[in-house]
Design a protein around this ligand. Sequence first.
Ligand code: PA5
Length: 435
Amino acid sequence: MITLNYEQTARWAATNEVNALQSKAMQSAELLHNGKGEGSDFLGWVHLPSSLTPAQIADIKATAQALCSGVDVVVVIGIGGSYLGAKAVIDALSHSFDLLQKPRQHPQILFAGQNISEDYLYELKEVLKGKSVSCIVISKSGTTTEPALAFRVLKNFIEKTFGKKEAQRRIVAITDQSRGALRTMATQEGYKTFVIPDDVGGRFSVLTPVGLLPIACAGIDIADLVSGAVDSETNTAPNVDFEKNIAAQYAAVRNVLYSKGKKVEVLANFNPKLHYFAEWWKQLYGESEGKNGKGIFPASVDFTTDLHSMGQYIQDGERSLFETVISVASPQHTLEVPSEEADLDGLNYLAGKRVDEVNKMAALGTQMAHVDGGVPNISIQIPALTAYHIGQLIYFFEKACGISGYMLGVNPFDQPGVEAYKKNMFTLLQKPGYV
Ligand code: PA5
């Protein structure tokens, strides 16, 4: 089970202050469940894990199997919520050097449509030459420029390489039930499709086919992922008291810290596999809370790497930060520091210790230093990097995000701010209707 420990925030968020927010946190959790809060059209994610049926999971698994069999590379096209969840889970649960692993049990998963870089798309086409390629194109609106452009390039490549008929078999589209250019195209071209439910917003969609199909293609057990999320759904429901409800606690603590001028939350990990998990988390919290001139700014660091760069600011810069550290109790592998007779590097004091023990001491030392330096520290621990525990963590953060947004007084489920750049870009590119 995930555990949450916020003892190291006590200097800034006293127990009575956190407790004072108990009822607001629990009322906010209740609003998510009774659908009476703002943005209630987008609450499909609240009961999503427990409502996924074995037949739906089996369909996704079978599609992944068909899409991946004999295939070297699956290119997943999407941006924002149609990209980050899959990338986060796949990176967290894959071999660190997956691209170099042989023999392979599953295709390599590459991503596109998350930028508009000409070099990126050109070089992607370059590496795909001579390989057997499939593609999953994901866009809820079906009209987002970045993935649409990347898909045009990839579709053209796949059709030219494998022929139009075979391309039909190699492409799966995940989009709205009836609206958008991608839906129209998928119908006309005869692609297999999955629907993104109307009531699930992009950043809450990782447990729909948006995340589950690419994750299944990476050889990860999506049933385990969903089962972790189901348990988190139960453990964070409004009928679970505040004392046991870690989503409500996390939401309450971060709101107390925010009210004390801690405007930036730095999500830290001590395992590089969690780098993209933090990217997913940043979208979830940034897009949900950053509106109406309010919101904690979500940032992230990978430790110990970033202790040698951002560590200086966190220790000693402006005191507007708090840290939330995700730690993993047990690594997947065992590696001890070897002993050396000459001890030229002076590391024999570590000989025989697990590398993970060194990492854990680095984590503890960092926590002590940062708290001493004025940075409140929230600690979230998961037992191991398994599909089940990542599923738990995903739903925990989603639930806490909804609660926290309501506590802050914003609608956590809209994103009006992301439209501004699009309008300017379309005008500059002379898109019909925008000139
Ligand atoms: O959370 C969101 O709604 C956004 O980040 C979207 O996921 C992102 O803009 C991609 O949108 P779409 O799936 O419609 O292409």
